[in-house]
Design a binder for this molecule. Structure first.
Ligand code: ZN
Ligand code: ZN
Length: 131
């Protein structure tokens, strides 16, 4: 699986299995992605490599346990690193070029979802993280 930012400077490859496929409705994802929610695939850190553009990456610590990496040129949100799952990287699925077969999706942080958003699927919903 390969992905890239909008301007193409930052490119990456991920070789591990997709562990989770989630839609996050927290207010940070809403603002950072400028959208109702952000969609991620969680993959093993050890199978992840940057192919180019690492020097263009910028890191925003959205909390003391979470970093958000984005392209400093085009602003694309690329991935999230969370201290609670140090062995995983959460890739913004919109930056993935060829999407493989995915596990069933679920919604997280539904407790802080945008009031103006309506769900259009039957995927499981969790107030914060799944139990
Ligand atoms: Zn870019
Ligand atoms: Zn979020």
């Amino acid at each position: 699986m390969r992905g890239r930012c909008e301007c193409g400077r930052v490119q990456y490859r991920s070789e591990g299995k997709v562990e989770y496929f989630s839609h996050c409705h927290c207010s940070q994802c809403r603002r950072v992605h400028g959208a109702a929610f952000a969609t991620f695939v969680s993959v093993p850190r050890e199978g992840f490599t940057y192919l180019s553009g690492e020097s263009d990456l910028r890191t925003y610590a959205s909390s003391d346990h979470q970093n958000r990496l984005f392209c400093g040129v085009c602003g694309s949100s690329l991935l999230v690193e969370a201290a609670r799952e140090p062995d995983l990287i959460h890739l913004a699925l919109g930056t993935v070029e060829e999407v493989p077969e995915l596990p069933d999706a679920f919604h997280i942080f539904v407790g802080s979802k945008a009031a103006w958003h309506r769900f259009h699927d039957d995927a499981p919903q969790y107030d914060t993280y799944p139990d």
